[in-house]
Design a protein around this ligand. Sequence first.
Ligand SMILES: C[S@@+](CC[C@H](N)C(=O)[O-])C[C@H]1O[C@@H](n2cnc3c(N)ncnc32)[C@H](O)[C@@H]1O
Length: 254
Amino acid sequence: MSAATPDPDQPWARLAPDYEQARAKEDSLDRLVEWPAQRELLGDVTGRSVLDVGCGNGGKLAELVRDGAGPSVGVDISGNFLTARPSGLQLVQGDLSELDSIRELSGRRFDRVLFLQSFGYAFDPVRTLEAARAMLADDGFIVLTRTQPIRYAIERAEQNGTSLGEEYFSSATFSYKSGWNDRITLTKRPYTISDLINVFSAAGLWIETAIEPQLPEDAGRRYPHKQAWMNKYLGILIFKLRPRPEHHDERTRL
Ligand SMILES: C[S@@+](CC[C@H](N)C(=O)[O-])C[C@H]1O[C@@H](n2cnc3c(N)ncnc32)[C@H](O)[C@@H]1O
């Protein structure tokens, strides 16, 4: 384990296997919508080194390495990793809030850094993104995905009998039962879309592309319950982020 030792009460220590089981289902939105869109934004990874932050069991990164990516590292707090790994793939138990203290990442540079549904767990989001930016190779970029904040606002408005706007703009931390295991409660700080954009900007990044992937039509027909979910909750946002050159210059001058 690198950096901070994970708290056994950390919900992901217990939730990780349930998440992977749900993700593997043939009608999972990760499989139908998110991973295909994430891969498209990543483009050709041949020979590219990839850092996957909050990599889960490392399955997505293993696929990239099998498809020709260069030496790659996945970091996750759960330590619930694949045992069968292609060579060139290293999986490290560590905390994304302490990226700069993870020994295995020291002095490393990556062509791609991924935060796939993991960025929300950063204690200090700007610091985590700055650490990731500092690990980017020349011409490298970050792919970051987050749940549409409107989804959580809709759920809370329904639960609390309030309005979408009241919940979307609320700053109170909220807890909810995980959809992957209802015995585990996750706690989140609310965020708006402008909060996200401002965090990227404060970390010296600019948004090259933002997408809101949707179910392909045939998948929507095959899995109408998933289409209904997407129609109600919208899905996820995916950002391709690059370092702002002037920000880099400012920091090297210091
Ligand atoms: C929703 S899952 C996403 C997993 C994977 N990136 C994917 O796209 O399938 C969130 C992941 O973030 C990890 N995570 C949560 N808090 C973390 C932390 N503080 N440091 C590193 N990983 C963390 C969890 O263990 C979990 O694997």
